[in-house]
Design a binder for this molecule. Sequence first.
Ligand code: PAF
Length: 285
Amino acid sequence: MLIVSENLSDLRAEVLSWKQNNEVVGFVPTMGNLHEGHLSLISKIRRCGATKTIVSIYVNPKQFGPEEDYSKYPRTLDEDIKLLKKLNVDCVFCPSDKEIYPPNEKNLITTNNPSLMNELCGRQRPGHFYGVLLVVNKLMNIVRPDIAIFGQKDYQQYILIKDMVQQLFTSIDIVLAPIIRENDGLAMSSRNSYLNPDQRSKAVYLYESLVRASKKIYKNAGDYMSILDTEIERLNKDDLNVDYLELRKTDNLSNVEDYKNISGQYILLGAIRLGETRLIDNIIL
Ligand code: PAF
């Protein structure tokens, strides 16, 4: 039976009773509007050994900039709960803002990785990763899972969370789950629902560019900057405003000094804007 918990203390009591029974608690943090990408996180965390699964649904105001889509972000709690019931998830945690950010709370700190937090997506979204780390830290402290899982689409988020968990000595295994794609290759995202039919048909060009560029880079081992420039030009011509298209090292997202074509070592990441909608994607080479 799915337990729906809005309350921090109820949730803690439930998890404590599981732990006393030696259950392995798996945590899937989400902002709701669940799609197949989220559902794959649930199956993967079970394959990783979770015997109890908690999904949180919370649209975190602190990770949205003032001009961003916080108010229009799709909220579909009833449908989400139906889906989670079908998947035999044990608990869904959907806290209120007051529960997560009590009104008397002062400026909170979290770990700080200033270079990476302000690069790639952080360059266009100042403060975004501060908000993400803050809420993930709070949620992990509430749930105290053994394992938590994050999707590869938000790879920069995953690296920053792994770094935070390591720096704070938090004993939670952080697992990465692969990107789930639509039939044409577009990475699944709640924000895809903002696209009109014309934008939707163009949205896949980002993935196509990533595939084309990663193949060329991998083969040539040569001037990857000019390969990326060609793709950026192509995308911009198609009215996809490129925020970035960058090759980085997979393990910590540092810059690539001297490229060598070794499988798994590099990741190509991209972000575009289609009208008001910002989409991200990546491919590990
Ligand atoms: O990836 C997301 O959906 C969010 O950034 C997360 C991890 C649930 C934090 O709000």
